[in-house]
Design a protein around this ligand. Structure first.
Ligand code: ATP
Ligand code: MG
Length: 364
């Protein structure tokens, strides 16, 4: 088994007047694990259904390797699929469920039983061949669905929230199993989830969707460290936002007026925004909680009052209310000994210049 490249070229799909996916383009490498991440209704399932061939795109094309498969029937696309609900046939045994795609494709009986045995051993379900789906746990049913999707050795595997029905512990265990399977088979995976942690753990790259549009595609580190939009910044990981107005704008300096909360001066314009910022423009600053540092000297330009301290094992999170009313989260490593700032203390904080992302507010 080996993965193939998948090229989505300006794909678009509307349901009546409702646009579900709009001019979406992504090139996926052979053997890559790509996640589609976005809130409910952002077009993830629609996109996957078009790749699988169960929905017809209104515009654009889908290529697998050097084949344009836009018009090709689902069972001729060399694609396996695990659906949002496992969609096992309830009246068929485990072995019959897994054999189904091969029977559909007219494989000979001996070949079928050999491939079914291999697929079941791949997902560690040997011995359960004769059970019905209702006699399996959620995790086992999910494995059957994976075995059924892999049994005809497709070059590409599509998975639509395959772990959505499982509890957290089993979900984390299955994430590792799926990742291991994908790596050992070298298969290309397109994986839908609305769980950002799941996407960050499993993916080579993540495509963030919003209202049918691609907001950004990049590695987990790209999205975390250099979000292209305020939406991505908010969706991936925890983020503090501060709204303000650009006051002074020099070649090497940006001053942002936060109203009653103070002024932040950044020595250079750390902005990836095009077009460039204008004086007087409304901007949204974004800073990760773990990039902020507490500073007990309260003569800092920006300070606030600690509203709460949350202990979470390895770290503390301080919720600090600024003069303008914004609540900022500051996360620090837990230290032993020494006194921690307490609820009600006034405290300043330091924001390293390279920790600030600036977004023009029109985009927010
Ligand atoms: N068969 C359909 N008929 C009409 N509208 C549809 C249909 N399927 C999806 N839609 C609409 O298209 C948009 C995208 O839906 P889609 O199911 O692709 O979202 P999703 O990202 O998979 O969401 P979820 O996380 O809830 O599964 C939504 O606005 C949805 O209401
Ligand atoms: Mg969906």
């Amino acid at each position: 088994m080996h993965g193939a490249s998948v090229s989505l070229r300006e794909l678009g799909k509307s349901y009546g007047p409702v646009p579900a996916v709009e001019r979406l383009a992504i090139d996926i490498r052979p053997g890559e694990f790509l996640s589609l991440l976005g809130p409910s209704g952002s077009g993830k399932t629609t996109l996957l259904m078009m790749v699988a061939g169960f929905e017809r795109p209104d515009t654009g094309a889908i290529w697998i390797g050097d084949r344009n498969i836009t018009q090709v029937a689902p069972n001729r696309r060399d694609i396996g699929m695990v659906f949002q609900r496992y969609a096992l046939f309830p009246h068929m045994t485990v072995a019959e469920n897994v054999a189904f795609p091969l029977r559909m494709r007219g494989f000979p009986k001996t070949r079928i039983s050999q491939s079914v045995a291999e697929a079941l051993s791949l997902v560690q379900l040997e011995g359960l061949e004769k059970r019905l789906p209702a006699q399996l746990s959620g995790g086992q049913q999910q494995r059957v669905a994976v075995a059924r999707a892999l049994v005809f050795e497709p070059a590409v595997l599509l998975m639509d929230e395959p772990l959505g029905a499982l509890d957290k512990k089993l979900r984390e265990q299955m994430q590792i199993e799926i990742k291991r399977l994908q790596q050992s088979l070298g298969i290309t995976v397109i994986y839908v989830t609305h769980d950002q942690e799941e996407a960050l753990t499993m993916s080579d790259r993540i495509a963030v969707l919003r209202d049918g549009y691609l907001e950004q595609v990049g590695s987990p580190a790209d999205l975390y460290d250099a979000p292209a939009t305020a939406f991505v910044a908010d969706f991936i990981g925890k983020m503090n936002f501060l709204d303000g107005i650009c006051r002074k704008l020099g070649a090497d300096c940006l001053e942002v007026d936060l109203g009653r909360s103070g002024t932040i001066i950044l020595p250079q314009q750390p902005v990836a925004s095009a077009p460039p910022l204008q004086q007087g423009q409304r901007v949204r600053l974004a800073v990760r909680p773990e990039r902020m540092k507490l500073d007990r000297h309260d003569d800092r330009k920006i300070s606030g009052v600690i509203e709460a301290v949350i202990f979470a094992g390895a770290s503390h999170t301080f919720l600090i209310r600024l003069a303008g009313g914004e609540i900022i989260h500051v996360q620090t490593q837990a230290t032993h000994g020494g006194s921690l700032p307490q609820e009600g203390d006034r405290i300043g904080f330091v924001i390293p210049d390279d920790a600030v992302h600036v977004f023009p507010q029109a985009e927010c």
